[in-house]
Ligand binder design. Structure first.
Ligand code: FAD
Length: 291
C-alpha cells in the first residue's frame, strides 16, 4: 500500500529512517538492528540514497531486505545528484520489482555543478517527472521548518516547497528540529499556500554528543542554545550514558508534544541504532500514544 494511503488510514504513527552502511562488513550488525526496529511495527521505513557516499546498489539491497525479509513498507529516497531519465527509470523499475511503490524525491547532498545543466536539479524536477511517468508511485518530499540552509528566505523556501506539492508530491517529511513551535508554524505556512498534504515531523533522538555535532554540521539545522548546553553538561557530568538519558527524555517530550499538537505521526532518525528507539516507542506506548 502506498505510504500516503497508509497514513490516511492510520492513527498517529511512527516510522524509521535507516541509512545503508558503507562498510559491508558491518551489515550483519546493521541488519540485526533493523530487524529489532522493524519488529516494533513502524508504519514504514525510509532508506537513504547516496547520502554520505553510499551506493545506490546498497540502498536497493537494504530496501529489499527490509521489505521482503522484515515485511515493512518502504519509502526509498531518490536524489537529483547524477540523475538522468534512464537512471531514474532504472531505479524505480528495480524498486517495483521488490514491491516498493514510494520514493522520497530529494535534491540530494553535494549536488554537483554539472547538475545545473541537467533536467534534474531541484527536487521538484524529480517530483514532476516521476508523477507523470509512474502514476502508481507515491511521492514524498523534504521540508525544512527552520528553512533550507541554502535558501535566503523562509518565505521563498516554502513557496518552492509548495511547488513540489503542486507538482505531485503526496506528503512531506521534515528535516530534524528541536523546537516544536517551528514545526507547527511551518505546517500552517505550508497549508496557507493552498496545497494541503500530511507533513510528518522528522525527529532526531540525541544519542551522543559526537553524533549530534556531526549531524548538525552536515544538515545545517539549528539547535537551541540551552539544549546544546544541556547536552554538553550531561556529557561533562556523566559521559555518553548521561547524554543518552538526557536525549531520551528530550525526545520523549518532543514526540509527545508533536502528537498532542496534532502531527499525523513522527519519522524517527534512528542513526541505525536500536536501543534508544525501542525505549522511546515502549515508553510512549505506555503513556498512551501509538495505540
Ligand atoms: P530542493 O527542494 O531542490 O531544495 C533545495 C534548495 O533549493 C532549497 O534552498 C530550496 O529553497 C531551493 N529551491 C527549490 N526549488 C527551487 C527553484 N525552482 N529555484 C531556486 N531555488 C529552488 N540527501 C541525500 O543525498 N540522500 C538522502 O537520502 C537524503 N535524505 C533526506 C531526507 C530528509 C527527510 C531530508 C529533510 C533531507 C534529506 N537529504 C538527503 C538532504 C537533502 O538532499 C538536502 O537537504 C538537499 O540540500 C535539499 O534537498 P531538497 O529535496 O529539499 O531539495
Amino acid at each position: 500500500m502506498q505510504v500516503a494511503k497508509s497514513i490516511s488510514e492510520s492513527g498517529q504513527f511512527f516510522s524509521f529512517e535507516f541509512f545503508p552502511p558503507k562498510d559491508k562488513a558491518t551489515w550483519p550488525v546493521f541488519m540485526e538492528k533493523a530487524q529489532r526496529l522493524t519488529d516494533l511495527n513502524p508504519l514504514f521505513a525510509s532508506v537513504t540514497y547516496g547520502a554520505g557516499g553510499t551506493s545506490h546498489e546498497n540502498s536497493l539491497e537494504v530496501c529489499s531486505a527490509i521489505k521482503k525479509d522484515m515485511g515493512v513498507n518502504i519509502l526509498a529516497h531518490l536524489t537529483c545528484a547524477g540523475a538522468s531519465e534512464n537512471s531514474i527509470d532504472d531505479f524505480v523499475g528495480q524498486l517495483s520489482q521488490i514491491g516498493v511503490t514510494d520514493i522520497l524525491a530529494l535534491g540530494g547532498d553535494g549536488l554537483a555543478e554539472s547538475n545545473v545543466k541537467s533536467r534534474f536539479f531541484h527536487a521538484v524536477d524529480l517530483v514532476e517527472y516521476v508523477d507523470e511517468k509512474f502514476s502508481e508511485v507515491g511521492i514524498g518530499v523534504a521540508g525544512y521548518p527552520g528553512g533550507h540552509p541554502d535558501c535566503p528566505s523562509i518565505v521563498r523556501d516554502i513557496k518552492f516547497h509548495n511547488d513540489k506539492l503542486a507538482g505531485g508530491a503526496d506528503f512531506t517529511i521534515t528535516q530534524l528540529f528541536f523546537d516544536n513551535r517551528q514545526f507547527f508554524d511551518y505546517t500552517q505556512r505550508v497549508a496557507a499556500l493552498g496545497v494541503e498534504r500530511p507533513v510528518i515531523p522528522g525527529v532526531l533522538p540525541i544519542q551522543s554528543l559526537a553524533s549530534l555535532r556531526r549531524i548538525m554540521s552536515l544538515c545545517g539545522a539549528a539547535i537551541p542554545g540551552d539544549l546544546y548546553c544541556g547536552v554538553e553538561k550531561a556529557f561533562k557530568d556523566g559521559g555518553d550514558a548521561a547524554v543518552m538519558d538526557f536525549g531520551f527524555e528530550f525526545a520523549r517530550k518532543q514526540i509527545a508534544g508533536l502528537l498532542d499538537g496534532g502531527a499525523p505521526g513522527v519519522h524517527i532518525y534512528t542513526l541505525n541504532r536500536a536501543a534508544m528507539c525501542e525505549k522511546l516507542i515502549a515508553t510512549l506506548k505506555a503513556d498512551g500514544y501509538f495505540n
